[in-house]
Design a binder for this molecule. Structure first.
Ligand code: MN
Length: 285
């Protein structure tokens, strides 16, 4: 199933080139009072909601997919986790290019650990990326985004798939420079997730997905998640060895070689096997 958040926080079920508006089902989510539990309320209840969504599809009004504004399918993650240097060819390009390395010694993800992107950076594809410092190098990083489905801590990699709700495409936008990654990668709109959430039953193996990023139609990144150093299962084990994972948490799994600058007016297009296509415009902030 492909679920999107669109327009004014509507919930949509995608069927081909149509979006069925199943928003009335959101009223069945439990009422919440302060302090709200960590995590995204929709994703926390998704397993229970999915059969209702399927049942309501045919009675739900449909709009053309091309006519809706796609937001991030997760509205309220407790955190967005990033995986640095997780493809060998990206490690090699980072070692050679001081525009990426900025004097840092490029090691391995096992040496560096993970980083967090601010939740306030999260947008969907329709919102686009607003370059805050257009005079600096602002790079695209196309990545598989894993959406966590239930709370877990110290999850062994053999059980990692039980904790996944689904998958999306992520753009871990980055301003290059000497600052810490969590700062440079947390500018408003620098965490793009979309175009929708594909439930995990639709993707047999997240560690074998072709993907490609183009800028203005020209290929810049092209790889397959089989080249991840820490694959999806190991990333969940690794992240949860430090953090409790909550429903709606997003893991951006890392980017392959080909990272390069974008400028206002550019259009980034990412295709990912099993998920679809996400188009994102770049503008000046
Ligand atoms: Mn990245």
């Amino acid at each position: 199933m492909r679920l999107c958040r669109f327009d004014d926080n509507r919930l949509g079920l995608i069927d081909g080139v149509s979006v069925h508006d199943v928003s009335p089902l959101l009223s069945t989510l439990p009422a919440m009072r302060w302090p709200v539990p960590p995590g995204d309320q929709l994703i926390a209840n998704l397993r229970r909601l999915l059969p209702d969504i399927a049942r309501h599809k045919n009675s739900a009004p449909a709009k053309p997919l091309a006519a809706v504004r796609l937001l991030s399918p997760v509205a309220n993650p407790s955190k967005i986790i990033g995986a640095p240097i997780n493809y060998k060819d990206h490690i090699e390009e980072a070692k050679k290019d001081q525009g990426i390395a900025h004097g840092r010694e490029i090691k391995t993800i096992g040496d560096w650990g993970l980083f967090l992107k601010a939740n306030s950076a999260l947008v969907g594809p329709a919102e686009g990326v607003a370059l805050r410092f257009p005079d600096r190098r602002n790079d695209h990083e196309a990545e598989l985004a894993v959406i966590i489905g239930k709370t877990g801590s110290q999850i062994p990699r053999a059980q990692a798939r039980d904790y996944i709700a689904g998958y999306a495409i992520g753009l871990d936008m980055t301003v290059r420079g000497p600052e810490l990654p969590s700062f440079r990668k947390s500018i408003d709109s620098y965490a793009v997730v979309g175009p929708w959430l594909v439930t995990k039953d639709e993707i047999a193996d997240p560690n074998a997905l072709d993907f490609e990023l183009k800028v203005n139609g020209e290929t810049r990144q092209k790889s397959n998640t089989r080249y991840l150093d820490f694959n999806v299962d190991r990333l969940i084990e690794y992240a949860s060895s430090f953090y409790t994972l909550y429903p709606g948490d997003i893991i951006m799994t890392g980017t392959p070689a080909g990272v390069a600058p974008v400028k206002p007016g550019d259009v980034m297009t990412v295709d990912m096997q099993g998920i679809g296509r996400m188009e994102v415009k770049v503008r000046a902030a």
